[in-house]
Design a protein around this ligand. Sequence first.
Ligand code: PLP
Length: 473
Amino acid sequence: MRTLSPKLKQSSSKSSSKSSSKTSSKSSSKSSSKSSSKSSSKTSRSSSPCDNNVVYMDNNGTTLITESAKRAFMNWISCYNASTSSKFGQKTAKVMEDCSDYILSHCGTSTANHTILYTSGASESNCFAIRSCVKSFRRKMLQNGSDILPHVVVSALEHNATMACVKDLEDSKMIEVSYVYPTIYGNILANDVENAIKMNTCIVSIMFANNEIPIINNIKDIADVCHKHAKPLHTDAVQIFGKFKLNIEKLQIDMLSASAHKFYGPKGVGILILSNNLIEGYKLTAEINGSQQYGLRGGTENIPAIVSMTEALKHTFKNRHSKNSKLMSCRNLFLDYVSEKYSMVPYELYLTNNEHDDLELVSLGPPLKEKDKEQFILPNTVLISVCKNKGKPFCNIILRDYLEKRGIIVSIGSACNTNSEKSSHVLDAIKAPSVIKRGVIRISFGDNNTQSEVKQLCAEFINGIKNQCKDLD
Ligand code: PLP
């Protein structure tokens, strides 16, 4: 795949939208500074949509923006259009270039080998990767007089955006799909990916880390099998981006999605990193048409969000190693505490055991404290199920609400599922029985959580269980 064609030359030609950008940025700079000073004098801190008093432990759902990322956003809230050829627009274009340089170097690469597209978030990035590869493969086939449909390989526990995208394309008879199922721990094996690849496969999309189960896939092994068959690999790296330095050159990733609001940046902005070989070899085209971003993603770029995202990444990555150790110690403190009160059973044992205690805590994902497995476990996430094996079944919604009333925010699954309160496709993919699904709680610690907050969680978690399981007392 990677030897298909020469490197894509970065086109720096900017389209002209001189007049419109001049007028709009001038007027907006005036009005925004006026209105922001007005509103800051009017709005008190208490009107913030975030309550600083809650113990927030749903960081896989979203993280809260850092002060420095907020400032960076506000600094660029009024700026000229990067596509204008005037020197004013060039300043904006330069800051975007600097952001790209920083993000790519953070990923062990540069514009010589990879291109960044700024998107509205990882949902868009995932959909772009899939749709664009499908379209280019289809075009190539038709040119060769073949009517063969493109084939897409995804794992069965991808994010909803990916799952819905392939379903939509499949329902429209535009692709055929193969789903790769995970092991009992939730990880995807390279061998299973290889078995799913077909001659007409146009893209393999396997997430780097899952948002519910704390699993990190061995993406290098997966990339190797994809390239052995000359197939491009896309990875949804949302949950790992910012937590670890990823070297996408070494990992041989062709496309990578990430989202700023998962690493303490603003919402509504993300990236898709594309290998230049892939853009050229596949002749990828836009999903949103327009002249910006090499003609691959039209629309005037959201500069304040892009600058703010880059600042968030810099901030998040400062002392990352010790931040990850702190996250792991939060996780271990919680597990040690609750396992003193109730028996803690790994998921695979729960499935094979015939004898169960009346109430057990079941941990999902790989064994959490084995040192050699740390590289395959998200340091901040615990997915645990309260399994009541006797009497009235346990309800995770009641426990979540119990904690929320006491100011502790956790999740009962993927952020996208919580409104519908349906069981998640991730739990379906690991074939979780309904007793596990009913009791599942996801705790995702963030860089700002403290040990005393974790102790508060432990105490209320146990109280919440006792409160619901009075019949077992
Ligand atoms: N992929 C994963 C693994 C996620 O957790 C999320 C967000 O929940 C997304 C993609 C979607 O990201 P965004 O909210 O930026 O569209």
